[in-house]
Ligand binder design. Structure first.
Ligand SMILES: [Zn+2]
Length: 298
């Protein structure tokens, strides 16, 4: 893996001189670019949302409240540049910007820029939850037509790329290909604090990209999951893991992540972190995930 900054950025990951925008295509290598690496409440970092880029294809994973501004500041891109979105779960730091993405695509991108309809990678169950409980309120009224009461639905805004359910997996798992990008989505145990299994939790996904990059998604400490993707199910080269700096609650406490074997910690970058991250000792780990840089996997 190599790390390349595409833009001149300051310590907060914000562009300080106008350079070339991030390209949503490359020569075919797998590339990750974080628009943000902060927690839901971080003030100095954008929320943890990222782009996967490979060849001519890209996927935006999550788009929170900071998403639209982060897209411009860290990547030099506009919402109408995005063609595919994959939401992992319904907290606002992961889906709060999707209404903006959908409206900009429908009323600007498609009407004036010849852009294709936005695509969404989403399971059937989660599609129902995301539309009914989050997106419907802001999207169902047709902004174009004052004369009819016709309401819009999910399919008016998004073409679905449906992941395939993987049977015989120990937890609910789906697979999907977009171009040459392969993603395995697995359920995580994130909310509520009291739930001890992924089955008892609300829908939330982590993923394995191209069989080598593990992304925890929002998750409590789940040693069994980490070990399965660093040995039994796959052998991830690099892990990007959610972290919090206190015990309990709904993310993975740093003190619990520290109990992992050294060989796993050495290839684990921590993400979704709070503003006081500099006070933490993470010398056992690969480091903090950085926003505004290109992680390129040859
Ligand atoms: Zn969350």
């Amino acid at each position: 893996m190599r790390i390349e900054p595409p833009l001149k950025i300051d310590k907060y990951g914000t562009i300080i001189s106008k350079g070339p925008e991030l390209k949503l295509t490359n020569d075919g290598e797998l590339e990750l670019f974080f628009l943000g690496v902060g927690s839901a409440f971080a003030q100095t970092k954008n929320q943890t949302n990222f782009l996967i880029i490979k060849g001519g294809k890209h996927i935006l994973v999550d788009f929170g409240m900071t998403g639209p501004t982060a897209l411009a500041q860290t990547a030099g891109l506009k919402p109408t540049d995005i063609e595919v979105i994959l939401p992992t779960h319904s907290h606002a730091d992961h889906v709060g910007g999707i209404e903006c993405l959908a409206l900009m695509n429908r009323y600007v991108g498609q009407r004036f820029m010849h852009k294709p309809k936005l695509k969404m990678i989403i399971s059937e169950d989660y599609q129902r939850v995301l539309w009914t409980h989050t997106l419907q309120g802001g999207l169902e009224w047709n902004e174009k037509d004052m004369n009819t009461a016709q309401k819009l639905s999910f399919s008016d805004f998004f073409d679905v790329i449906r992941p395939t359910w993987k049977s015989f997996s120990p937890r609910e798992t789906f697979e999907v290909n977009h171009g040459d990008i392969h993603i395995e989505l697995f359920r995580t145990n994130h909310i509520p604090e009291q739930s001890s299994t992924w089955e008892a939790s609300f829908i939330s996904y982590g993923m394995l990209i191209d069989n080598k990059i593990f992304i925890s998604g929002d998750i409590k400490f789940d040693q069994e999951l980490i070990r399965s993707y660093t040995g039994r199910v796959a052998d991830a080269e690099v892990l990007f893991h959610d972290v919090q700096f206190f015990p309990g609650a709904v993310h993975a406490p740093l003190e619990e992540l520290k109990t992992l074997p050294d060989d796993i910690k050495k290839k684990m970058y921590l993400m979704h972190y709070a503003d006081n991250y500099k006070e933490q000792d993470i010398s056992d780990f690969a480091g903090w995930a950085e926003q505004g840089v290109r992680y390129i996997f040859d």
